[in-house]
Design a protein around this ligand. Structure first.
Ligand code: SAM
Length: 348
């Protein structure tokens, strides 16, 4: 047990990180980290010149970055450097370690604070569509690099005979597809297969269609606005639930619907936030982040829908397996994991 001063020290760090998150978001959006990446040492004036910004603001921002350990200060020549080791986390938008979009998700939580506070008192839900739009773009940007790195670079290969089916030409549904990040990654890799992206948030489906067009894969993807228990297509070789089953009001109903729409020997790919099976296993920064997002977004999303099971974003493998078994799946196994996700395959 820590004493009061030690605990206060932690809270000061947490609050400093909260303040500094705004600074990191500005650094990302104004291209400040990008301008520093690989550029070696630079003065605040040089960074301001490179980014068309005002030196006095840049100097203050840089000092915040130094205090947080993101940037290193050299007092000999009054200059600053972004260490190369920080580039995958702060600059490289294709890196699976690129974490800055999480700050847009965090800002949506602040912007929606009053709504979230209200449902603590009313017990009602908040639909996905009721959140600030930063949640939608932030989630897409945060998850996309992980899908690029892992979905077609390990997770598909870990499923029972799935890669061969996708290469030959399979039929795939991506349920709760959001802006279509995972659907597009799949379509880019498996050009003989057909993909159906389904989400009940119409605004996300409009953006998913535009994203697929921009990525040049709209010929083999169809996006539909529909709930996870409503779509009528069937004969799927693969049905994916990417970080969304726990957001649904009736995950058992959604999984049961998927089972009916799968081909014989088809698979469900279930990607969910990394979590142990009990709170004792979830005392770490990743779970802390997920529990907060779950309280403000995932749990109210589920409570806004029919059944309202409110699984939460830290359900863990045991509870997720029970959900799939209750829906009628005979086999559920863990096929992969990363620092942020657990990946399960369910088959009839
Ligand atoms: C955390 S986002 C994940 C989006 C996307 N799969 C990704 O990984 O980027 C959860 C998504 O589930 C969708 N969703 C929630 N409940 C749903 C339901 N009952 N039917 C269909 N989609 C649903 C939301 O609209 C949202 O787009």
């Amino acid at each position: 047990m820590r004493n009061t001063e030690e605990f206060a020290g932690q809270v000061v760090s947490d609050i400093a990180a909260t303040f500094s998150g705004v600074m990191s978001n500005i650094g990302h959006k104004l291209g400040l980290y990008k301008a520093m990446a690989g550029a070696g040492v630079m003065t605040s004036q040089l960074l301001a010149d490179k980014t068309n910004t005002h030196e006095r603001y840049i100097r203050e921002w840089l000092n915040n970055q130094v205090a947080g350990g993101y940037v290193v200060y050299n007092k000999e020549n009054n200059s600053y450097v972004l260490p190369d080791e920080h580039i995958p986390v702060l600059v490289d938008e294709e890196s699976p370690m690129f974490l800055l979009p999480a700050l847009d998700v965090a800002s949506s939580l602040w912007l929606d604070e009053d709504k979230v506070k209200a449902v603590f008192l009313s017990g009602e839900g908040i639909a996905w569509s009721e959140h600030h739009h930063r949640l939608f773009c932030g989630s897409e940007a945060l998850f996309r690099p992980g899908y690029k790195a892992h979905l077609t670079g390990g997770w598909i290969q870990a499923l029972d005979g799935m890669e061969e089916k996708l290469e030959a030409g399979a039929k795939v549904a991506d349920i709760g597809c959001g802006h279509g990040a995972s659907t597009i990654v799949l379509a880019q890799s498996y050009q003989h297969s057909r993909f159906f992206g389904i989400d009940n948030h119409d605004e996300s489906i409009v953006i998913a269609r535009a994203n697929a067009k921009e990525a040049g894969v709209n010929a083999n993807i169809k996006f539909h606005t529909a709930g996870a228990k409503e779509y009528t297509e069937s004969g799927f070789d693969l049905i994916c639930f990417m970080d969304c089953l726990h957001d649904m009001g009736d995950p058992v109903g959604a999984a049961r619907h998927a089972l009916k729409r799968l081909k014989k020997n088809g698979s469900v790919l279930l990607v969910e936030p990394a979590a142990g099976d009990s709170i004792h296993e979830n005392i770490n920064p990743v779970s802390r982040l997920y529990y907060a997002a779950s309280t403000a977004v995932c749990t109210p999303c589920s409570l806004s829908q029919e059944v309202g099971l409110a699984l939460g974003a830290q359900a863990g493998e045991k509870r997720l397996s029970e959900i799939m078994q209750a829906a009628g799946f005979g086999s559920v196994r863990r096929v992969a994991e990363t620092a942020f996700n657990i990946v399960l395959e369910a088959q009839a």
